[in-house]
Design a binder for this molecule. Structure first.
Ligand code: NAP
Length: 487
């Protein structure tokens, strides 16, 4: 692997009420580069008192305005400026995301930053389209519906797509007129801080957007329990999501939860196997497998099983794994040590369960960095832990099937229901099977294709609520009926 050039990111503070502030306790933590295991910078480390200040600021900014009552075109104008600001700061944002998460720089530039700007533009364009409705009423009555913001939104995001998953919440919440307190994942807060700077420079009024860093058990919990917060928009694991839903019930907060996944990617015998192998690579290993919508279960018709596995492993043989700052790198390290430990643990579990290591099985890396090369298990059965549990790393479990019904049964046979996919040349089969899969998004002859209008979210234990698309903004609006007697 090549050596990384020195890269610097300035130390960070909390962003509360339009100002950069240290934490009340003065605590800071080092943010670690997963490719080198060295500190990138220090950031202020908040606690419940910092969170409370941020909620009070967001509360004032909502209750006293002007954000929720700003003319729609003014709100839109600021959001378009934020999109421009993201693009102008694109290189710095991409570098921060790469240093922080270990994602290849070509990807943070080409996807994370580009998509963040586009999502702001998408929802900025929607601000002036948030129409209400008139409903039939008596001849001397008037009945109409307004769509109103919810108030203060608490956004809690995970470590794997820090910028994008934050923007998926912040852009529609702002477009709808809400104010925000954001708690990013503790390992990966660097783009959230830069985004706050960009948003303030674009003219977002003080207090509308606040960022409090700190761990989930203190700052995250305090946000979920705070009586001044109206809604929690959470993306993270199913285990944390369950705890969070219970905690939010005490204050009857509205909650949306985008949770874990164990997607099934089905390859039928009539598929284009070269294209299916490419898609299986994307599905299994994109972002080093740290992708909620990964197709970490590859279901292959028995008649093409060996041929498809051979095509997939041939791709893995030539995929550049290594320094995420190198332009050619396709797979970087895992984002933090606990993820690497989890991968090592599941490789041992799969082996002990009797699955066959068809590819990889060792980290394949000497020296610092949380690297693990791709792993493919074959000979797996649908009930094995490697076929049921979310690993969130570069470990793909291949399961053979004989009939369409069996493929659907295996695909639907986990608690999760986030993403699924299928590969076939038969349109009738594609349509029928897609309709039977229990997943919030189904890809046919592709994987992870996205537009800003592509809404996604979970079935079953993968959560509820939708992000992106017109559905995404509905999560931040409530409806008010006004019935007027004009007699
Ligand atoms: P996680 O451990 O559940 O953490 C997610 C966020 O919740 C972090 O900011 C975390 O803070 C915070 N948190 C932890 N405990 C909390 C509590 N008691 N109350 C409030 N907040 C709390 O998830 P992760 O490991 O970061 O992310 C990986 C998971 O996210 C995977 O399961 C993946 O599938 C899922 N994911 C889902 C989607 C989707 O759209 N469905 C997208 C991406 C990822 P700390 O970082 O400080 O612990």
């Amino acid at each position: 692997m090549t050596t990384q050039p020195a890269q610097t990111v300035s130390d960070g503070e909390l962003f509360i009420d339009g100002k950069w502030v240290p934490s009340a306790s003065g605590a800071t933590v080092d943010i670690v580069n997963p490719a080198t295991e060295t500190a990138i910078c220090k950031v202020a480390w908040g606690d419940a008192s910092d969170l409370d200040r941020a909620v009070q600021a967001a509360r004032r900014a909502f209750d006293q305005g002007p954000w929720p009552t700003l003319p729609a075109k003014e709100r839109a104008r600021i959001m378009f400026r934020i999109a421009d600001g993201i693009e102008a700061a694109g290189e710095e944002l991409a570098l921060r995301e790469t240093l922080d998460v270990g994602k290849p720089i070509s990807f943070t530039r080409g996807f994370d930053v580009r998509a963040a700007a586009e999502i702001f533009r998408y929802y900025a364009g929607m601000v002036e389209m948030l129409e209400g409705a008139a409903r039939p009423a008596g001849a001397r009555s008037l009945q109409y519906i307004r769509r109103e913001p919810l108030g203060v939104v608490g956004a809690i995001t995970p470590f794997n797509f820090p910028l994008n998953l934050a923007v998926n919440k912040i852009a529609p919440a702002l477009a709808a007129g809400n104010t925000i307190v954001h708690k990013p994942a503790d390992q990966t807060p660097l783009t959230a801080l830069k985004l706050a700077e960009i948003m303030a420079e674009a003219g977002l009024p003080e207090g509308v957007h606040n960022v409090v860093l700190g761990d989930g058990a203190t700052v995250g919990s305090a946000l979920v329990e705070h009586p001044g917060v109206d809604k929690i928009s959470f993306t993270g694991s199913t285990a944390t999501g369950k705890r969070l839903i219970a905690a939010a019930s005490a204050t009857l907060k509205k909650v949306t939860v985008e949770l874990g996944g164990k997607g099934a990617n089905i390859v039928f015998a009539d598929a284009d196997l070269d294209a299916a192998a490419q898609a299986a690579f994307q599905a299994g290993f994109f972002n080093t497998g740290q992708f909620c919508m990964s197709g970490s279960r590859l279901l292959v018709h028995r008649s093409v099983h060996d041929e498809l596995v051979a095509k997939l492993t041939a791709i893995l043989d030539v995929i550049p794994v290594g320094d995420p700052l190198a332009e050619a790198t396709v797979l970087g390290p895992l984002a933090h040590r606990a993820q690497l430990d989890k991968v090592l643990e599941y490789v041992a579990i799969g082996t002990a369960e009797g699955a066959t290591l068809a590819y990889g099985g060792e980290p394949g890396h000497e020296g610092p960095g949380f690297y693990h090369r791709p792993v493919v298990f074959t000979g797996a059965t649908a009930d094995m832990r490697i076929a049921q549990e979310e690993i969130f790393g570069p470990v793909l479990t291949v399961i053979p099937f004989d009939t369409d019904d069996e493929a659907v049964e295996i695909a639907n046979g986990t608690p999760y229901g986030l993403a699924a996919g299928l590969h076939t040349r038969d349109l009738k089969r594609a349509h029928n099977v897609a309709g039977r899969l229990e997943a919030g998004i189904v890809w046919v002859n592709t994987w992870a294709a996205f537009e800003n209008s592509t809404s996604f979210g979970g079935y079953k234990a993968s959560g509820f609520g939708r992000e992106l698309g017109p559905e995404g903004i509905e999560e931040y609006l409530q409806y008010k009926t006004i019935y007027v007697n004009v007699d």
